[in-house]
Design a protein around this ligand. Structure first.
Ligand code: AMP
Length: 442
């Protein structure tokens, strides 16, 4: 019977495992397999924006809280309950941006872009933060790609921004999407309409959900896109803004639609589309994935519109502007479901095979030399056998394997093996780049 050592007789206490720390609620990692999809989306979106003459802008994630209170609007869901706001150690009230437009407008004013040749076309991408209820397609940190045009009030620019959004979705292969479009008028006709709407809803107040009863006073247009069944029924009979636009807004909207017809962009007139941000004027639109209409705002892949009053509201000269953004997570989800094979195939010219510590050191140097000379190199610096390393070389379809064992490491030589024919040749380490080049050509 084998003798049991004394120490082994002592009962081992299970080691206490540290409790893992998880991501903050509503936030997530974007891992390498997803990055291929993100690269595909962002690369194509950037390229289209650049082709349309847009320049990239980056603004800080943190902005003064007042920017969003004033810009996005006090009575919006975002400002009322969704902002990540805090006081800095120096006593400043700051907010992690919940959307991109307000920051870009601040930058337009602060950097004197009204003196640049107009229109100024800018695109951006980055994280946005909203303290929203996390659920499918709704996170507390999410990413937007967006574009803004400043300094043009003509309807052609509204159409162009919609065309840009449409083109990006088409380029990504997302063909089953629709443009939902509406006009919410200018402050003059909208105020008249709001009065009409409030009178209508006042008569139906008992049929509304609690949220809508509360919203009615501050933001009656938001009642139009409430998803509660009973509110939907009331909204169906509500007066429509489109019938109450002033002449200028009416002409502007009609002209936007004519441009879209000309560009053959299919759209759906949606009288209950009002968007959740206060700054919009006239054209508003969203991009919905077909089949998601029931969930609308929740499912919108992107949205935008005209915001002619925002630059002035934030302290700049009156400047018309229009823009749009889409949510990268939601678009990535749709792209993933299309099942495109976006992961680049790993293909190497050369694979480094080594045996022993000394050889491993040599191989690391060879790796560096080859990479510097633009040769695609693979390696496995672990302790696998030569056979298993050669298997990996085959997997990455390397044309050559460079083998360094103990003997080669001492002699300063390398064995080059042609992976197709199995022929081997021993060469001097010093000249490795030239020999590899010669054999790759051969
Ligand atoms: P919005 O500024 O609310 O119109 O949002 C524009 C786009 O950003 C939406 O259409 C979504 O694709 C995306 N988005 C907005 N909120 C979230 C969120 N909480 N999580 C993920 N994506 C979002």
């Amino acid at each position: 019977m084998p003798r049991v050592k004394k120490e082994e007789q002592v009962e081992k206490k299970p080691r206490k495992k540290a409790k893992p720390i998880q991501t903050v609620k509503g936030m997530k990692d974007i891992l390498p397999p997803e990055q291929f999809i993100w690269d595909y989306i962002l690369h194509n979106s950037r390229k289209i924006c650049q082709d349309f003459g847009f320049g990239r802008i980056e603004t800080p994630i943190l902005e003064n809280t007042d920017l969003f209170k004033r810009g996005v609007g006090q009575a919006t869901d975002i400002v009322e309950k969704e902002m990540f706001s805090f006081e800095t150690q120096g006593g400043d009230n700051v907010t992690m941006r919940p959307e991109g437009t307000a920051g870009v407008v601040r930058s337009y004013i602060e950097n004197g872009m009204s003196r640049w040749s107009q229109p100024v076309r800018l695109y951006y991408e980055g994280s946005m933060f909203r303290y929203d209820k996390p659920q499918q397609g709704r996170f507390r940190e999410f990413h937007q790609f967006g574009a803004e045009v400043f300094g043009e009030e003509g309807s052609a620019i509204d159409a162009q921004i919609i065309y840009l959004a449409w083109k990006i979705f088409q380029k990504l292969g997302l063909r089953d999407v629709s443009i939902q479009i509406n006009s919410i008028g200018c402050p003059t006709c909208r105020n008249k309409y709001k009065k009409l709407l409030t009178d209508y809803y006042d008569m139906k107040i008992n049929k509304l959900c609690v949220d809508c009863k509360r919203r009615l006073e501050k933001n009656p247009m938001r009642l139009l896109d409430c998803k509660e069944e009973k509110c939907l029924q009331v909204a169906a009979g509500a007066p429509q803004i489109i019938d109450n636009l002033c002449d200028d807004c009416n002409t502007h909207f009609k002209s936007v639609l004519e441009f879209l017809d000309e560009l053959e962009i299919p759209y759906v007139l949606n009288p209950s589309l009002v968007r959740g941000l206060d700054y919009y004027t006239r054209t508003v639109f969203e991009i919905w994935a077909d089949g998601d209409e029931g969930e609308s705002r929740q499912a919108a892949l992107g949205g935008g519109g005209r915001y002619d009053g925002l630059v002035e509201l934030l302290g700049g000269e009156p400047t018309p502007a229009v823009g749009f953004s889409f949510g990268v997570e939601r678009v990535a989800d749709k792209v993933m479901k299309m099942g495109l094979d976006l992961e680049p195939k790993v293909v190497k010219d050369v694979f480094l095979v080594q045996l022993g510590d000394m050889a491993r050191k040599k191989v690391m140097k060879i790796f560096d030399k080859l990479v510097d000379n633009n040769i695609l190199v693979g390696e496995s610096l672990g302790k696998g056998s030569i056979k298993s390393q050669l298997r990996t070389a085959n997997k990455v379809r390397a044309k050559l394997a460079l083998i360094v064992g103990q003997k080669e490491a001492i002699d300063g030589t390398v064995i080059i093996r042609d992976m197709d024919s199995g022929m081997q040749e021993t060469v001097i380490l010093e000249n490795i780049v030239e020999d590899v080049r010669r054999m790759l050509k051969g």
